[in-house]
Design a protein around this ligand. Sequence first.
Ligand SMILES: NC(=O)c1ccc[n+]([C@@H]2O[C@H](COP(=O)([O-])OP(=O)(O)OC[C@H]3O[C@@H](n4cnc5c(N)ncnc54)[C@H](OP(=O)(O)O)[C@@H]3O)[C@@H](O)[C@H]2O)c1
Length: 189
Amino acid sequence: MRVGIVGSGKLGAPLGRLLAVAGHDVCFSDTEPSRAAAAAAAAAGGQVRDGSPIEAARFGEVVIMAVWWEAFPAVVEELGGELAGKIVIDPSNPITDRDGTATAVAVPDGLTSPQYQQHVLGPGVRLVRTFNTKYPNELLELGTAGQGGGTRADMPYWGDDDGAKKAVVPLIEDAGFTAIDGGGLSEAR
Ligand SMILES: NC(=O)c1ccc[n+]([C@@H]2O[C@H](COP(=O)([O-])OP(=O)(O)OC[C@H]3O[C@@H](n4cnc5c(N)ncnc54)[C@H](OP(=O)(O)O)[C@@H]3O)[C@@H](O)[C@H]2O)c1
């Protein structure tokens, strides 16, 4: 599957690497092109490339938005219509660390965090929340172990679009985890 990564930081880089190792075609992007290039270099051996955020969004059948929660609306706007009709994976948690301290962000209107992201994306984008429950080093270690035939850690996923959820399950499994259906976006962590 073609996977676009928007945000090749602490989480996006190792997640893209796990998927590339599993044989998916991964395009890394970031505000800082050298960060995307470094993520692609670290995933060498897989089918990888790097490009601009718009190129990564255009490339992906599935697009992973590995950016900070509070940046999400601006990133969606920047990507214009490139996400229309696509499956988008949201690995974010509603946390900010603007001042260097992780602080919970209040999600507007009593929504869960991915319900709010879905509202920002609009109804034509097929959102699945997953890969948000592990620290990046843990994700890489556990995923690599699972890919190597070791014990697989659970990876929950949530969504309101059953087809999108079904499409994301093989990505979770290929990344080395056991996919666990957590229910709809209203139930998401
Ligand atoms: N780190 C964790 O422990 C962890 C665990 C679970 C889930 N998550 C979630 O994963 C997401 C990413 O976290 P992270 O720790 O990977 O953050 P990070 O290391 O800061 O990476 C985010 C990357 O996205 C880039 N970015 C920002 N705006 C962009 C845009 N418009 N287009 C392309 N790239 C853009 C950032 O670049 P700039 O620096 O230039 O803004 C940065 O390189 C967050 O939502 C977080 O909640 C993180």
